[in-house]
Design a protein around this ligand. Structure first.
Ligand SMILES: CC(C)(COP(=O)(O)OP(=O)(O)OC[C@H]1O[C@@H](n2cnc3c(N)ncnc32)[C@H](O)[C@@H]1OP(=O)(O)O)[C@@H](O)C(=O)NCCC(=O)NCCS
Length: 181
């Protein structure tokens, strides 16, 4: 399940490795970064090691690639992940992403997701990729829209906000290989 190494601008996508724990701890301990996610904030670096080991590196056992680390080639820093984390059904997977706050709003994730979609459709041969965001996560909504995902439905149960203890509205999208341009 190895994936090709991909380059765009001065960034590289390559498989996540244990050595990324330090850099993952940096953004994973930032409450603003994890506020819409189901994990974190990390309190110490062992938690970042643990998630790489148990969450990412175990993925091939579930038939998925381990996931891409996004690396800034100028600083050689690992600044986020973009990945397929769930098999929904045969040939259909769900994508997700997370980025160090210092890199937000520069178009990095829009481009990284575009590259992930290319790898998903043309290298792994997926037929459909789905993605979702909490309705309040406007940055993620824009990344999805800018990648021409097709709106599918809204859901009031699927997204659980562990900080408010409430199920909150989320929006779900899809893209098929035929629709991807
Ligand atoms: C969501 C996330 C990946 C976006 O990455 P990014 O590299 O900043 O995204 P981009 O720069 O490619 O695009 C962000 C877009 O959202 C817009 N945006 C961000 N916050 C916004 C806000 N509060 N209101 C309006 N627009 C907003 C930006 O202006 C940009 O849109 P534009 O190009 O039309 O101006 C990043 O914020 C992140 O890692 N968040 C934490 C983890 C997370 O929420 N993951 C997704 C779970 S579904």
């Amino acid at each position: 399940m190895k994936q090709p190494v991909i380059y765009f601008d001065h960034y590289m996508l390559r498989d996540i490795e244990l050595k990324d724990a330090n850099d993952m701890f940096v953004y994973g301990s930032d409450i603003e970064v994890v506020k819409f996610l189901s994990w974190g904030p990390y309190m110490d670096i062992t938690e970042a090691y643990g998630s790489i080991k148990r969450y990412f590196l175990e993925r091939p056992n579930r038939g998925l690639p381990v996931g891409y680390a996004i690396v800034d080639l100028e600083s050689n820093q690992m600044i986020g992940t973009v990945d397929f984390h769930t098999i929904v059904e045969d040939g259909v997977v769900e994508a997700g992403y997370c980025l160090n706050k210092a890199y937000w709003n520069k178009g990095v994730m829009t481009k990284a997701l575009r590259k992930l979609l290319e790898v998903g459709f043309y290298y792994h041969g997926y037929k459909k990729i789905i993605i979702g965001h909490a309705d309040t996560n406007i940055g993620s909504k824009r990344v999805i829209e800018k990648n021409n995902f097709i709106f599918d439905y809204k859901d009031n149960e699927k997204y659980y906000n562990r900080f408010t203890g409430l199920h909150e509205p989320s929006s779900w999208y899809y893209l098929t290989k035929e629709q991807f341009k």
